[in-house]
Design a protein around this ligand. Sequence first.
Ligand SMILES: CCC/C=C/C(=O)SCCNC(=O)CCNC(=O)[C@H](O)C(C)(C)COP(=O)([O-])OP(=O)([O-])OC[C@H]1O[C@@H](n2cnc3c(N)ncnc32)[C@H](O)[C@@H]1OP(=O)([O-])[O-]
Length: 313
Amino acid sequence: VRNSLISGNETIKMALTIAVGGRVWRKFFKTFPFRSNSALKRFPTCRANGRLYSTSSDVVLVRKDEESGIATVRMNNPPVNSLNPTLMVALRSCFEELEKDKTCRALILTSQKPKVFSAGLDILQLYQKSPDHVAQFWEKVQDMWLALYGSRLITMAAINGHCPAAGCLLGLACDYRIMAEGNFRIGLNETQLDLVAPFWLRQTMIDVIGYRQAEMALMIGALYPSDKALQLGLVDKLAPIEDVQTVAEEEVKNWLKIPDQARAITKMASRKPLLDELRRRKQEDIQTFRDETTRESVQKSIQQYLEKLKAKK
Ligand SMILES: CCC/C=C/C(=O)SCCNC(=O)CCNC(=O)[C@H](O)C(C)(C)COP(=O)([O-])OP(=O)([O-])OC[C@H]1O[C@@H](n2cnc3c(N)ncnc32)[C@H](O)[C@@H]1OP(=O)([O-])[O-]
């Protein structure tokens, strides 16, 4: 399915691309096309540090430092930043707006509410819903991921709290992950809900922590404390929770020393096969998720998981 090595032809294409200087970005976007975003038009805009960004509400807060070109994107969907359609569409919109902003060079993704980065997908959107609802919901997950994973920007996850399931999916889509020290957990725990991580999410986990560890983590739906996550390579750095944002900014500044063009082309060379694969198999992936999730036995498991969450209190 996945061939992360680019072919000789593609290498030559990229070398030529670099050589043509002024026309490089036009050529780059031709080689690695980004999807256009019709959703943007549907949302009102908000002003962030003098620049306009589209959000569907206040669920995504954006602040861009004009001097450095670093944008901080904060998820703001209390209590736990569960990824409902509104938040996912707003995140996708925001990623795509920043992508188009020529003065933007880096994106830090974090939570407005310390202690929880994101609780993953809004489980209520998967429970007792029609197959059509689940299908539309899943497409929003795919589109959000495509926009972040396929970004030309430096993308850094400042994981300032718990980061299960689709929270981890967002982190894995970034280039680098800094996580809060302490009793916070991260991982792809989908199997605990009787859900199956899709091929593109499985692949990113494999790419980040290696086949054996990813296979095991995915099978048992492991959630790791941050020190173990660091040991596995699931996150790249730890910091005290109050310093996660500052450490992320410092790290981005190091990355900004690398010329954008070469960094972005290199990133796309390794990510393009998986991006293309999902674009090609998008409908099949939606159908699989819809059919699996709406199965009676899976609905029963989701119900039990929701009950367990409530009982925790
Ligand atoms: C294959 C597909 C790939 C991805 C799949 C997924 O992401 S599946 C997702 C897998 N995700 C998980 O397995 C993570 C499940 N969540 C947790 O483990 C914890 O909430 C926490 C550790 C993130 C935060 O702990 P904390 O003590 O700070 O907070 P708290 O626990 O007290 O929750 C506060 C309120 O939010 C509610 N709520 C919570 N999460 C969700 C949700 N995802 N959705 C909806 N609601 C959720 C919770 O019921 C409670 O509601 P109440 O009673 O006030 O009406």
